[in-house]
Design a protein around this ligand. Sequence first.
Ligand SMILES: Cc1cc2nc3c(=O)[nH]c(=O)nc-3n(C[C@H](O)[C@H](O)[C@H](O)COP(=O)(O)OP(=O)(O)OC[C@H]3O[C@@H](n4cnc5c(N)ncnc54)[C@H](O)[C@@H]3O)c2cc1C
Length: 269
Amino acid sequence: MIPSKFDYIKANSVSEAISLLGKHSDAKLLAGGHSLLPAMKLRLNQPELLVDIGGISELQSISEDGDAIVVGANCTHVEIANSDLVAKHTQALAQAAAAIGDVQVRNAGTIGGSLAHADPAADYPAVVMAHDATILVEGPAGKREIASGDFFQGLFETGVEDNEVITGVKFPKSSNGVYLKFAQSASRFAVVGCAAIKTSSGVQVGLTGVADTAYRASGVEAAFNGTNATEAANHAVDGVEVLGDHFASSEYRTHLTKVYVKKALEALG
Ligand SMILES: Cc1cc2nc3c(=O)[nH]c(=O)nc-3n(C[C@H](O)[C@H](O)[C@H](O)COP(=O)(O)OP(=O)(O)OC[C@H]3O[C@@H](n4cnc5c(N)ncnc54)[C@H](O)[C@@H]3O)c2cc1C
C-alpha cells in the first residue's frame, strides 16, 4: 500500500495550477486526497507530480448568485453540510454532503474532487443532476461551464479536460429538495442515492449508484402527478442498464431504486 514515487508542488492560485498542469503531462491535482491517495496506494494511479490545490482560497466560498448558489470546488463536505445558504436554498445538497462517508472523509473531501473523480456510487452526482446544476471549470483557454447532462460521461469519466480545474458548481435554488440513500454499510457510498427537487413545473429526480453514471429519471418526472409516487417510481430505471455487484444484484438494486424514488417523492410533500 505504498504509492510509486511522485513530486509535490503546492499551487497558490487557479492560474498557477493550470500552468503547472500544462508543463507536466503526468501531473494530477490533489484536493482532499480521499479518492486520489487510496488509488495511488493501490497503484491504480501513478502520477509523477501532485499539484496541491487544497490551499487555494478563491475555490473555498459558498455564495448566492441571483437565483443560484455557487459552491467553490474546494468546499469540504462538512462545510457544505453546515452552510446556512446551502441548507436554505439547496436542501438536497446539504443532506447529501452530511451523508458522505465518516467524519474524516467529510472534513477532508471536497465537492470538486468528488465530481472530478466521478465515482458511480458518489452522492453529489444525484444532486447535481436533479438540480440541473452547472459545473464551472477553468483551463488554458479560459473559463467555461459544463451542463450536468454533459458532465458525467461514464465510469470515472467527466467532461473536464486533463489541463482544466473545476472551480465550482452552480446550483439553481430550490425551496423543496431531498436526498435519500441506501448506503454501503462500510464506506457509506450509495448503493442507491436519490435526489429530488420540486420546481414550478413538477419534480426533477437524479439517481446515483444505479448505473455507470448518475442520471435524471425522466420517466419518473413525466409520470409523477403529485400523488402517485408508487406508480411514478416504477419508471426509475427506464432505459437504464442497472449495475449488479457484491453489494446488490441488478434485480435488488432495481427494487431499491424504486423504493428510494418513492420515498424521495413522498418526502417532498
Ligand atoms: C473511507 C471513505 C469513504 C467514502 N465515502 C463516500 C461516500 O459515502 N459518498 C461519497 O460521495 N464519497 C465518499 N468517499 C469519497 C470522498 O467523498 C472523496 O473525498 C471524494 O470523492 C474526492 O474528493 P477529494 O477532495 O478527496 O479529491 P482527491 O482525492 O484529492 O481527488 C480526486 C480526483 O479529482 C481530481 N480533482 C480534485 N480536485 C479537482 C478540481 N478542483 N478540478 C479538477 N480535478 C480535481 C484529482 O486530480 C483526482 O483525480 C469516501 C472516501 C473514503 C476514503
